[in-house]
Write a protein that binds this ligand. Sequence first.
Ligand code: ADP
Ligand code: MG
Length: 321
Amino acid sequence: MGEFELIRNFFAAAPCAQGGEGVALGIGDDCALLAVASGEQLAISTDTLVAGVHFADPCDPYLLGQRSLAVAVSDLAAMGATPLAFTLALTLPTVSADWLQAYARGLNAMAQSCDVRLIGGDTTRGSLTLTLTVFGRVPAGLALTRSGARVGDLLCVGGELGNAAGALPLVLGQRSADATIAAPLLAHYWSPQPQLALGQALRGKATSALDISDGLLADCGHIAAASKVALQVEVEKLPLSPALLSFLGEQGARAAALSGGDDYVLAFTLPPAELAPLLAAGWPVQVVGQVVAGQGVTLLDAGGQDITPGTRGYQHFAETP
Ligand code: ADP
Ligand code: MG
């Protein structure tokens, strides 16, 4: 199968590649064309997933298809953007029709659930690497950035933390667990649900936001630095799932929530007056701390003591001590 046949069979033919609102021209020309309404801005983000670094190799291609798009779309959620389209740059060591079919099915399932369309890409030979660029639209001036947190704001998250990090020993085959524990953890790892609706609901309300990909402490550090404030996280307030608590115990579950990766839950800062209306409207907002003057991120125990650990999430190229 040649490059063009591959593109045609598995990607151009996918339901998510058939165009839609905002897509003026899709796969097949030198560029795709997107229509952007006046008064809106285009939000753009690229994510690369390398086999053996960002996912186990080999792994289930259907799940990989879902996950590769979910982690990219999660950046749109973090900006409060509405998904429009995405491109896929696929580098493959060999061409396997079964693998491609399953990957494209998983990709398509996530694309349908996020209402985003495949508009182009590139296909090359090499070690397995997936690069997805997502495009979203957001009313001009209302994108949620990392730089607006203010002293006195609440620090909030959009759901349970640590489930995907808890799943990692299961994904890598290092541990096993009862299906009642393994299934919910693995679901968070393989098909994280980008919090698109929450991100859009936070437009004009949250003062800063991001999606947690490298652990709450490390990612809060980005908000603290960009906003020139300090963030306090209260360990007792971390939302932890029953499955994670029974799999790792309280200490392990807290460590996964604070320093484990791959959650793709939103973290954001909120003026206190915004909290009650969001809760009343049913949004999953959990207060985990607050914004204070200073810099950096501090972890506090129930008594307000500083118990900040040394680990700050996963960093590529970081020196190991
Ligand atoms: P070019 O040579 O101009 O870069 P290509 O031959 O790489 O074009 O791609 C032909 C068309 O197929 C383009 O519209 C491109 O966006 C699309 N395409 C290539 N690879 C993929 C892919 N993996 N998924 C979706 N579209 C793709
Ligand atoms: Mg090309």
